[in-house]
Design a protein around this ligand. Structure first.
Ligand code: ADP
Ligand code: MG
Length: 615
């Protein structure tokens, strides 16, 4: 048999490597901006078209490259940042794997202009799908100007899996926020489709945070400052009372590199534990300074996961640091580092579903002046009233008093495999329904036990109501007593502006109120919402995460996103009356079986399964 193993051509190897390093336009932005930072730039301009699908351009005033280096930079494993494996353990630069430019050039068309400061002429290189099209001298500014066009032009599968433009642009914003927070001394500007999104001047960390997240965050920031021999921790934590329900303002940096660290996140959540409203996450911007030898940044090509040699010790330092900061600002009454000294702040009961107000039952048929009254007076209200001795017939009819109260499963019907037809008379089922884990509703049916997903059910109900509003044009808007203003980030502002007419058609009265600021005057009558700003914020999240195919149907997407954003969340305890309303309303829907995004709302666990389980 002939030998069959061959070395892959570089272009193929680079494309495969690109799969790991470059997942989406935001990854290109991250790699290129990090290169600019490593090149010592103090000013970085980012210019994006169509969320990076058409163009990603980064212009820096860093050290630039010589002709040969510019050419070399596109080779795989070509880097100026390390020379031997040991250098990785003293790494202070963002890059070192020498993979990014080679990967990008394998899956896009790249034009690079670069000039060192002491040269008169720079160099121009044009590469497409790993092949060099031209290289020539060029008159250009010192530093590097790189343009990446038609990303994934030769990897259609990747291109197809990109999300909508707003979603992809949000990823870009996230990357830029991380880099901008880690390097507040560097000026960074961002333009998208010609409009200016950020114009950040070099500044200190606090100013940078405020220019990214809005003025209102300023008074919310509590500084951290802890120095130990192992690590230095600086930055800010947000006050517990300002904690939000959505993620977006939680950042860890180690040696000026953004990192994800679920374990340290937990340390913070535990420290804040008793001070937060349920489901809320505090903001934090925490910077660790650590000897590079004590961490490993090489565990993942995107380098957002970092391994710490002394993780446990750093966890403790972090908790102490956060506690101390909260203590100094009188948020925790004690600055003791141990739990014993601090005051327990009572939390509302999580499980108040199990607690019920006492109920008084009244027999409405009871008439004290009617001798034949079937009831016995134990009320003690009318002491003069002497009940007539109970007659035989009264005793035999006693159970008629309880008619309608006892469950009667025999009459319930269902057909599990067809769309379930729920009859409104089946009140018994509703009465015996219970909520389970604050997430599901369990309701007995003839053939077994029906399990309903409470959030999806509510999404379906709201969605059909919203669609009805749109179709009938019977818009009911509930005016806000106190119109609320709110600020969103630049990319969300563009998105919100584009869907304002659709929101209007649903009964939202939202208007632009200055740069990136909006005012809510009214909310849709069909939604019962106490926090419209939160609804709009999660609506934007849901909208961005909708698949690109849905984006064509803007109105429907808005309705779906709005239904998702305002549906009863998991973890929310329902009162019995709310449970029965939810079931009634669900089965009054046209499509009670599936959520607006096509997920199953309900399922039946057949009786036989119970029997099998208990065998
Ligand atoms: P890495 O950053 O891991 O070294 P890259 O593929 O991102 O790998 O870049 C390869 C090399 O190209 C870098 O090591 C650097 O020498 C050079 N380079 C890339 N971008 C720039 C830039 N903006 N300015 C100067 N040099 C750059
Ligand atoms: Mg790099």
């Amino acid at each position: 048999m002939p030998d069959i193993i061959q070395l892959l051509p570089d272009s193929v190897a680079n494309q495969i490597a690109a799969g790991e390093v470059i997942q989406r336009p935001a990854s290109v932005v991250k790699e290129l901006v990090e290169n600019a930072i490593d090149a010592g730039a103090t000013n970085i301009k980012i210019n994006i078209k169509d969320a990076g699908r058409t163009l990603i351009q980064i212009i820096d005033n860093g050290c630039g490259m010589s002709d040969t280096d510019a050419r070399m930079s596109f080779e795989r494993h070509a880097t100026s940042k390390i020379k031997s494996a040991n250098d990785i353990f003293a790494i202070r630069t963002m890059g070192f794997r020498g993979e990014a430019l080679a990967s990008i050039a394998a899956i896009a068309e790249v034009e690079l202009r670069s000039k060192e400061h002491d040269r008169d002429l720079g160099t121009y290189i044009h590469i497409s799908g790993s092949s060099i099209i031209s290289q020539e001298p060029v008159n250009c500014d010192s530093g590097t100007n790189i343009q990446v066009k038609n990303l994934f032009f030769n990897v259609p599968a990747r291109r197809k899996f990109l999300k909508s433009n707003p979603a992809e642009f949000k990823h870009i914003i996230n990357e830029i926020q991380r880099i901008a927070l880690a390097n507040s001394e560097i000026s960074i500007s961002l333009q998208h489709n010609g409009s200016v999104i950020y114009e950040l001047n070099g500044s200190n960390k606090r100013v940078r945070i405020v220019s990214l997240f809005g003025k209102s965050i300023n008074q919310n920031l509590i500084p951290l400052d802890t120095q130990t021999s192992l690590a230095k921790i600086t930055g800010f934590i947000g006050q517990p009372k300002h904690a939000k329900k959505t993620f977006g303002e939680q950042f860890f940096f180690v040696n000026q590199r953004f990192m994800k660290h679920p374990y340290f996140h937990r340390a913070i959540m535990l420290t804040f534990e008793k001070m937060l409203p349920p489901d809320a996450v505090p903001s934090y911007f925490i910077y660790f300074d650590i000897d590079p030898a004590d961490i490993d940044v090489n565990i993942h090509p995107t380098k957002t996961e970092i391994k710490f040699e002394n993780e446990l010790a750093i966890w403790q330092i972090l908790q102490a640091s956060v506690r101390e900061a909260l203590g100094k600002f009188n948020i925790v009454p004690s600055i003791d580092f141990d739990q014993a000294g601090s005051v327990e702040i009572p939390m509302p009961l999580n499980n108040y579903a199990d607690v019920h107000a006492p109920k008084i039952k009244v027999n409405q048929a009871y008439n004290p002046f009617e001798q034949s009254s079937p009831s016995n007076s134990n009320s003690g209200i009318n002491n003069n009233y002497k009940p007539a001795p109970a007659s035989r017939s009264n005793l035999t009819n006693w159970h008629s008093l309880y008619q309608g109260l006892e469950p009667n499963y025999a009459e319930q019907t269902d057909t599990p495999d067809e769309p379930i037809q729920f009859r409104m008379e089946e009140q018994q089922t509703v009465k015996s329904s219970v909520q389970f884990k604050n997430k599901y509703i369990l309701t007995p049916v003839k053939s077994g036990l029906m399990i309903i997903d409470q959030k999806r059910a509510h999404e379906r109900i709201l969605y059909e109501r919203l669609m009805q509003v749109m179709e009938t044009h019977e818009v009911a808007s509930q005016q806000q007593l106190f119109p609320e203003t709110f600020e969103v980030n630049a990319s969300d502002a563009t998105l919100l502006l584009s869907i304002l007419p659709d929101l209007g058609a649903l009964g939202f009265d939202v208007r632009e109120f200055g740069k990136n600021t909006f005012i809510i005057n009214g909310t849709p009558g069909v939604l019962n919402t106490s926090s419209p700003v939160e609804i709009i914020e999660s609506l934007l999240e849901e909208y961005k995460n909708s698949p690109a195919t849905l984006q064509g149907k803007a109105r429907e997407t808005v309705a779906i996103s709005l239904a998702q954003a305002s549906a009863i969340p998991y973890g929310h305890a329902l009162k019995p009356i709310e449970i029965s309303e939810l079931i009634d309303n669900l089965f009054a829907c046209q499509t009670p079986n599936f959520s607006p995004k096509g997920k199953k709302i309900l399922s039946i666990m057949p009786l036989e399964d119970f029997e099998k389980l208990l065998k």
